[in-house]
Design a protein around this ligand. Structure first.
Ligand SMILES: [Zn+2]
Ligand SMILES: [Zn+2]
Length: 411
């Protein structure tokens, strides 16, 4: 019993650790215990260790770490991909041959499909790149309009020396600009972006299916062992069980069927992680944004909460200026456009004569401090007032990320 409980606690601890390490940086967790744990894990504990190392060992440890750590953190290495694949292969090698003689033909058909799909999709996610190259630059530049809220025209990548297309981001690990950048995935040694997002999404879905299906099958097999060990009519079944008694019986069952028991425990405890990842990406698709964009929107949320964001309309702000034509024609190839102009102030309402910037939302207030307030601007009170032109509605967003044509009727 003690050993099984220790194994279960260790697996639970590892799952919790991986969850915090993977999800803790997401803006949704910024002010939650998960976000605090994430900062403790990646910022406060390393800083504390650095301080101790400087004090006790004169920086010897951090020197060694900077040699190996910069490789682990900043280079595109296969260690996590190898670990992840090995865990999957080892788990399947332990589970499938043991389960095979004990299951029905229906499972004999399903198991090879469900067990193979994650590898096929993992391979596709790893090998499909979404890099912006001189060959595809023109296409990528025209793919999305600049919304002038989270993506501004004219911003150059200092490494690739190109004007960054809207929704792209430079990845310092892949050393390339990535089209519709979502995030750099260390498990894949690759950036998740425009061309492999659908593979990545399908891979998480296939992992979820494999883990849930495997867990259910595992429990069915463990019940067989349970029936074998404790026959129907045994007093162990009929007497009222305590929680400890229940755990003890299952500990004996798992120990008697250790291969199925251990892998079923592992699958049951990792399935929520894969499911959480799937739910998070479904939310992103619903909201019409990528992981990269979610952090930009999160910054806007803070600006709105601080009362720094103001909005107006293009016609009102640009009037007959040639900028109006430029800003309206730029969106002709994308089904959604917005008439909104957004600015960020230093807290003071925008004054008449303030200057707008082309490559950011910051404004320059007039030098005359007594200038009257510009009444064309209205303070943004909630994120709901801000248009996201990349959001086409859930089903169209889903079709778009899957590479299917977007249905024409878009509001
Ligand atoms: Zn770049
Ligand atoms: Zn990358």
């Amino acid at each position: 019993m003690g050993a099984i409980r220790t194994i279960a606690l260790v697996i639970l601890g590892i799952s919790g650790f991986v969850f915090v390490a993977l999800f803790g940086r997401l803006p949704a967790f910024r002010k939650t215990p998960i976000g605090w744990l994430y900062r403790a894990l990646w910022i406060h504990i390393p800083n504390g260790l650095l301080y101790l190392d400087n004090w006790l060992l004169n920086g010897w440890l951090s020197h060694c770490w900077s040699c190996s750590g910069s490789y682990i953190l900043h280079e595109n290495h296969p260690l996590i991909l190898i670990f992840f694949s090995s865990l999957m292969i080892a788990g399947q090698c332990m589970f499938i041959p043991t389960a095979w003689p004990r299951i029905t033909t229906v499972h004999h058909i399903w198991i090879p499909i469900i067990a193979t799909m994650p590898y096929v999709l993992l391979y596709a996610s790893v090998t499909t790149k979404s890099f912006i190259t001189p060959k595809n630059y023109t296409v990528e530049k025209e793919r999305y309009p600049y919304d002038k809220v989270i993506f501004h025209p004219g911003q150059r990548c200092r490494t690739c020396h190109i004007v960054k297309p809207a929704r792209s981001k430079h990845c310092s690990i892949c050393k390339a600009c990535v089209a519709r950048h979502d995030h750099h995935c260390v498990w894949l040694m690759n950036c998740v972006g425009l061309h492999n997002y659908h593979y990545f999404l399908s891979m998480i879905l296939s992992l979820c299916l494999m883990l849930i299906y495997g867990s259910c099958l595992g429990y069915t097999l463990l019940y067989q062992t349970y029936d074998r060990l404790i026959p129907p009519g045994s007093p162990l079944r009929t007497t009222r069980q305590t929680w400890t008694g229940f755990c003890n019986i299952w500990a004996v069952v798992i120990a008697a069927d250790i291969r199925i028991g251990a892998i079923t425990l592992l699958m049951t405890m990792t399935a929520p992680l894969a499911a959480a990842f799937l739910v998070y990406h479904t939310y992103l698709i619903w909201a019409g944004m990528t992981t990269n964009e979610s952090s930009k929107w999160s910054d806007w949320k803070e600006e709105v909460a601080d009362g720094m964001a103001y909005k107006s309309s293009k016609a009102e702000i640009y009037g007959s200026s040639p900028l109006l034509a430029e800003y309206q024609s730029a969106q002709s190839f994308w089904p959604v456009s917005s008439d909104q102009v957004l600015i960020l102030t230093d807290g003071e309402p925008p004054k008449e004569g303030c200057l707008l910037s082309r490559d950011s939302n910051e404004i320059k207030q007039p030098s005359n401090r007594d200038a009257p307030i510009d009444r064309r601007w209205v303070q943004v009170k909630s994120m709901k007032e801000i248009d996201n032109i990349y959001d086409l509605g859930f089903w169209n967003n889903l079709r778009h990320v899957l590479g299917l044509a977007v249905r024409p009727k878009v509001v």
